[in-house]
Design a protein around this ligand. Structure first.
Ligand code: FAD
Ligand code: SF4
Ligand code: SF4
Length: 497
């Protein structure tokens, strides 16, 4: 493995430093603008990379109370609050941060909950540096987005505190209307629809194809980034609200979508089935044993407890050398999971440079700390082996002119082939939507990529049928899926009013 950083502060050391800062800051209230801008960002305590490579526990440990208060004091409480424009669900960011600075953590989470149901999730996995924190005045003043107020970390802090203290209460709904709504899928888009529609007093049944709920938050994003207990707690809240959940139920197979309306009496349906169909490279050797889509690899690890070595019912063959193809969050999650499953060497293979990688900066840094080796400006040409993958032949690339996405186009260097010995290849180059529902639902219009077409109210081409999240947007983010769920729920509630 590559060299790793050994200087690692414990949570107690971070807390002690924050306590000293807080005492100093409290003694010079009120703080001037200059004072606030000179408070350093509170870094997130994390597990030591050497230790965490061997376990699946969460890497980031969360702020302590002192750290949260110091970080909250960095917020300038801007009147125009540009950060809110960067949040797809428009959380009142300055208001919840002010409550943290004043030490009222319960009020802070209540402010967040006015707009978001999954704060413990979003505080962890939102790509804040391209959303709320991108617009933060502090980051702009200090000319570095990484020095913006750590909005996500503060959101996580108050959400965790509420959960750990057992304070989560199921929201009160209106009296029952006896109108029935079917929600297909149980990812973030569907969770928001189920909660918002149930709150209006309508009966909600949630149909999930897998045996576990939560969508990608459960079977895709690994435990070390998003503990499953957090997702479970959100689902438990839905259950406590009276949402009925049917797992192992594949709409389009177990029952057709049109049957739900025409035979089963549902008055509206929401489709939140995500983008779970993996893309492949269509190169020689992709059908060899030891070649996985990231989807399959992560699902085995997350849902079938493959990380529980020797104990899992459906294990993954032990790998020694693993190549992960791709540069997004899914690629980083796969590489870091492979490390935890005991691989000796794990490589990221990406055809552009690190600057163009879509993965979050923090995830790239964590992967490197854990010893993942990055091969950039490299792309696979074919996978070699008789039955089992034995090696991957790659080509070197250079960057040419920008393409439609604005990123510089990778151009292969002829004759630059080289071979790397690996026994496992994980393809993490993106996902598209599963065509099952569209193929079995005449009249449901999709675009050429298979995404369901909706209007601004998330209504599809069919009456009473709404859709949102990755099935509409293509592979996107948790918060964008939630944002669409909110719009769809509003439309459904209007339809049933
Ligand atoms: P999903 O979460 O995909 O859920 C859809 C659900 O529908 C699934 O449970 C599926 O089993 C079910 N389903 C599908 N078809 C049927 C059917 N016919 N009948 C019944 N049920 C069905 N986003 C971030 O914001 N930050 C991150 O750090 C991040 N990391 C990611 C890491 C990985 C490995 C992956 C794969 C994605 C990541 N994402 C991340 C993206 C994010 O998870 C998705 O954008 C989000 O989960 C989409 O939500 P959704 O509700 O549209 O669908
Ligand atoms: Fe930022 Fe996401 Fe929280 Fe919105 S939900 S404030 S984008 S971390
Ligand atoms: Fe606070 Fe930054 Fe939002 Fe201003 S932009 S209110 S400093 S979080």
């Amino acid at each position: 493995m590559s060299s790793m950083s050994h200087k690692h502060l414990t949570q107690q050391e971070f807390d002690e430093a924050a306590r000293i800062s807080l005492d100093a800051l409290n003694s010079c209230q009120p703080l001037s603008l200059k004072d606030r801008l000179s408070i350093p960002v509170q870094e997130m305590p994390s597990q030591d990379p050497i230790i965490r490579r061997e376990n699946t526990k969460e890497v980031a440990l969360g702020y302590t109370e002192n750290q949260a208060k110091v970080e909250a004091l960095r917020c300038l409480q801007c009147k125009n609050a540009p950060c809110i424009n960067g949040c797809p669900v428009r959380i009142d960011i300055p208001r919840f941060i002010k409550e943290i600075a004043d030490g009222d953590f319960q009020k802070a989470i209540e402010v967040i909950k006015e707009n978001s149901l999954l704060s413990a999730v979003c505080g962890r996995v939102c790509p804040q540096e391209v959303q709320c924190q991108l617009y933060c005045t502090v980051g702009k003043s200090l000319k570095n987005v990484l020095k913006s107020v750590s909005i996500g970390r503060l959101e996580r802090f108050v959400a965790d505190r509420e959960r750990e203290e057992g304070n989560i209460k199921a929201p009160q709904g209106k009296p029952d209307t006896s109108k029935r709504v079917a929600v297909v899928g149980s990812g973030p888009a569907s969770i928001v629809v189920a909660a918002d529609v149930r709150r209006e007093g309508h009966s909600v049944t949630l149909f999930e194809a897998f045996h576990k709920t939560g969508g990608v938050m459960t079977y895709g994003i690994p435990e070390f980034r998003l503990p499953k207990s957090i997702v479970k707690s959100e689902i438990d809240t839905l259950k406590a609200m009276g949402v009925e959940i049917k797992t192992n139920f594949v709409v389009g197979k177990t029952r057709k979508l049109t049957d739900l309306i025409e035979k089963d009496g549902y008055e509206a349906v929401f489709i939140g089935t995500g983008a779970g169909l993996p893309k492949f490279m269509n190169i020689e050797g992709e059908n060899l044993v030891g070649v996985y889509s990231a989807n399959e690899f992560l699902t085995r690890a997350n849902l079938m407890r493959a990380y529980d070595r020797g104990m899992a019912a459906t294990p993954i063959a032990m790998s020694k050398k693993v190549a992960v193809v791709g540069g997004g969050n899914v690629a980083m999650d796969s590489a870091r999971t492979a490390v935890r499953l005991g691989a000796e060497e794990v490589y990221i293979i990406y055809r552009r440079t690190e600057n163009e990688m879509p993965a979050r900066v923090e995830e790239i840094a964590h992967a490197k700390e854990e010893g993942v080796i990055f091969h950039t400006l490299v792309n696979p040409k074919r996978i070699l082996g008789k039955l089992q993958a034995e090696a991957i032949e790659c080509l070197r690339y250079e960057l040419g002119e920008p393409d439609d996405s604005g990123r510089r186009r990778p151009v292969e260097i002829p004759g630059s082939e080289f071979v790397m010995n690996v026994d496992t290849v994980i393809i993490a180059i993106g996902n598209e939507s599963n065509p099952l529902i569209s193929q079995t639902t005449p009249g449901l219009k999709c675009n050429k990529w298979g995404n369901i077409i909706v209007d601004e109210n998330c209504k599809t081409s069919m009456d009473k049928v709404y859709a949102g999240g990755d099935i509409v947007l293509g592979a996107a983010t948790v918060i964008l899926a939630m944002g669409q769920g909110r719009i769809a729920a509003r439309s459904i509630n209007k339809l049933l009013a």
